[in-house]
Ligand binder design. Structure first.
Ligand code: RET
Length: 133
């Protein structure tokens, strides 16, 4: 079974600016956000997840149970409300974030010793990779 748990440091970040633009994130936030190298701290306990995105600028926390839709408030990012649902798509942890923005979500998977994260919104895709801290 896949275990995403751990502390992960970002090693690459492609197209983040585009993704943030698609979300309508303001200029000042984008300028700072693209400079930071966030750390992911993931706690996986059966179907229960806590995912922390930590940076010197701002943090983001999301907690959910796989297969159970939840209300997500993207506070500090684009400040929207979504109905989010996370499921396993084979070995990929995949989230659909239903709301004002079309085709919005993300997927996490492990390849070798790296954690991959793709985040998408309205046709824009940001690709991030992380290595264990
Ligand atoms: C930071 C810094 C402040 C501004 C923005 C950020 C973006 C965070 C993102 C987090 C995504 C988290 C996910 C969690 C679930 O797995 C780095 C907090 C815009 C996009 C996908």
């Amino acid at each position: 079974p896949v275990d995403l748990s751990g502390t992960w440091n970002m090693v690459s970040n492609e197209n983040f600016e585009d993704y943030m633009l698609a979300l309508g994130i303001d200029f000042a936030t984008r300028k700072i956000a693209k400079m930071v190298k966030p750390q992911k701290v993931i706690r996986q306990n059966g179907d229960n997840f806590t995912i922390r995105t930590l940076s010197t600028f701002r943090n983001y926390l999301v907690q959910f149970k796989v297969g159970e839709e939840f209300d997500e408030d993207t506070k500090g990012l684009d400040n929207r409300k979504c109905k989010s649902l996370v499921t396993w798509d084979n070995d990929r942890l995949t989230c659909v974030q239903k709301g004002e923005k079309m085709n919005r979500g993300w997927t996490h998977w492990i390849d070798g010793d790296e954690l991959h994260l793709e985040m998408f919104c309205e046709g824009h895709v940001c690709k991030q990779r992380f290595q264990r801290a």
